[in-house]
Design a protein around this ligand. Structure first.
Ligand code: NAD
Length: 371
C-alpha cells in the first residue's frame, strides 16, 4: 500500500507545537494507515520565529502569517496549537479553505464558538480532531473496558482530578490562560478531567460547580499588578446519565503537583485507580480476593494493550506523554483515510466546552444545572 500523502501546516511552535511535531514523526514510523501526514509548513507570530522553528524541527517551509499557511493549496490539514483565543478564527478560515483541522483543546474560549466551529466542519465535510491526548492512553481503554464488562460490578462513584502547579506562584505573570473569556483552570485542565470522566462513564447529565480565584492579582504585560478574573481552583459534582454520581477538580495552583490527571472509580465488586504521573499503571481492587489477601493489584501497560506494542515489544518499558500525541495523531490519520470514525472531533470538543460553561453557570447560580 502506498499511503496518500497529506501535507500538514502547523500554527504555533510552543509547548504543544513541539509535542505535535514529535507526534507526527513517531506516528509516521509507528503506524500504517492509508493517509501519511507530512509536516510541510509552520507558522508563528513572526517570520523569524517560524523560520527558527522550521530549522529546529526539520520542517521545509515557514511563514510569519498564519493566513498564508491556511490559504496554501499545498496544505491539506491545518493544525492549530496557538493560544485558545485564536482558535476560532484560525479554524473557521481553515475550514472555509477546505482543510481538515486538528485543534488543541479547549476547542474555543466559549461553547458558542466551539459549536460554530463544529457546525462549519460538518457543513464542509472535513475531518476534525481535538487534542484530548490523555484519552489516547491504552491503559484508559483497559479501564473503560473493565467498567463496561462489569468487572467493578455496579458503579457506586467517580472521582477525577487534574492538578498541576504551573500557576501556584503568585509572581507568575498573566498569560493567555488568564483571558477573561475562556481562561481559567476549569477550561484549561478541568476540560481534560471532564473528557476522561465521560470517556469512562458516559455522558454527564447534571453539574453543580464551585469556581474560586485564589491568586487575585498577577503582574500584567507592563509589570504592574493586574486583576485576575478567572478561576484557579474549581470543583464540580457530576451526575452521569447512568445515575452514577461523582466529581472532578481542576487546580493549577496545586503546589508540588506536576501532572495529577487522576481518577478513581468505585463499584460493588471492586475499584480502579489511575494517576497520569504513573501513566503506564492501572490499579485494580477486587472483592473476590480472600480477606487478608486483599489489596490493589497493578496492571502494567504492555504489548497486550494496543497500540503499546507498536512502540515497544516489552511490557514495563513505558509510554510517555509524547507517545500519547503520536497515538492521537495516528487515530486522526486513520479517520482521514476513512479507516475509523472521527475519534474525538469538534462535536466532542464542543460538548466538553459546554460542560465547562455549565459548571461555571452552576457556580454563579449556586445550584445544580442540567446538561
Ligand atoms: P505556548 O505559548 O507554549 O505556544 C503557543 C504558540 O503559538 C507560540 O509559539 C506562539 O508564538 C504562537 N502564536 C501566538 N500567536 C500566534 C499567531 N497570531 N500566529 C501564529 N502563532 C502564534 O502555548 P501552549 O502551551 O502550546 O498552548 C497552546 C494551545 O495548546 C492552547 O490552546 C492550550 O490550551 C493547548 N494545550 C494543550 C495541552 C494538552 O495536553 N493537550 C497542553 C498544553 C497546552
Amino acid at each position: 500500500m502506498t499511503p496518500r500523502k497529506l501535507k500538514v501546516g502547523l500554527i504555533g511552535t510552543g509547548f504543544m507545537g513541539r509535542a505535535h511535531v514529535l507526534g507526527y514523526a513517531a506516528a509516521a514510523r509507528t503506524f500504517e494507515t492509508a493517509a501519511a501526514l507530512e509536516l510541510d509548513c509552520v507558522a508563528d507570530l513572526t517570520a523569524d520565529a517560524a523560520a527558527a522553528a522550521a530549522r529546529a524541527f526539520g520542517i521545509p517551509r515557514s511563514t510569519g502569517n498564519w493566513r498564508s499557511l491556511v490559504e496554501d493549496p499545498e496544505i491539506a490539514i491545518v493544525d492549530v496549537t496557538a493560544p485558545t483565543g485564536l482558535h476560532r478564527d484560525m479554524v473557521l478560515e481553515a475550514i472555509a479553505a477546505g482543510k481538515h483541522v486538528y485543534c488543541e483543546k479547549p476547542l474555543a474560549p466559549t461553547a458558542a464558538e466551539a459549536l460554530e466551529m463544529a457546525e462549519a466542519a460538518k457543513r464542509a465535510g472535513v475531518t476534525t480532531q481535538v487534542g484530548f491526548n490523555y484519552l489516547a492512553n491504552p491503559i484508559l481503554r483497559v479501564a473503560r473496558g473493565m467498567i463496561a464488562a462489569g468487572d467493578l460490578g455496579e458503579i457506586y462513584s467517580y472521582r477525577g482530578i487534574h492538578a498541576e502547579d504551573y500557576m501556584a506562584d503568585s509572581a507568575g505573570p498573566i498569560t493567555f490562560r488568564h483571558d477573561p473569556v475562556g481562561g481559567g483552570a476549569l477550561g484549561d485542565i478541568g476540560s481534560h478531567a471532564l473528557a476522561t470522566a465521560e470517556f469512562l462513564l458516559g455522558p454527564v447529565a447534571a453539574v453543580m460547580g464551585d469556581c474560586r480565584t485564589v491568586i487575585s492579582e498577577r503582574p500584567g504585560a507592563d509589570g504592574f499588578p493586574q486583576q485576575v478574573e478567572v478561576d484557579d481552583v474549581s470543583r464540580a459534582f457530576l451526575r452521569f446519565e447512568s445515575g452514577v454520581t461523582g466529581g472532578i477538580e481542576a487546580n493549577w495552583c496545586a503546589t508540588g503537583r506536576t501532572m495529577q490527571h487522576d481518577f478513581e472509580v468505585y463499584g460493588s465488586k471492586g475499584a480502579l485507580v489511575f494517576s497520569q504521573e504513573r501513566l503506564n499503571e492501572l490499579h485494580h481492587f477486587t472483592v473476590d480476593a480472600p480477606t487478608g489477601r486483599r489489596g490493589f493489584r497493578k496492571i502494567e501497560a504492555g504489548p497486550d494493550h494496543p497500540p503499546y506494542g507498536r512502540f515497544c515489544v516489552a511490557p514495563g518499558h513505558q509510554l510517555g506523554f509524547n507517545d500519547l500525541k503520536a497515538i492521537e495523531i495516528a487515530g486522526f490519520a486513520a479517520a482521514l483515510a476513512g479507516e475509523v470514525p472521527e475519534p474525538f472531533g469538534f462535536r466532542s470538543g464542543h460538548r466538553i466546552q459546554r460542560l465547562v460553561e455549565l459548571i461555571q453557570d452552576s457556580a454563579s447560580l449556586g445550584q445544580w444545572v442540567e446538561v
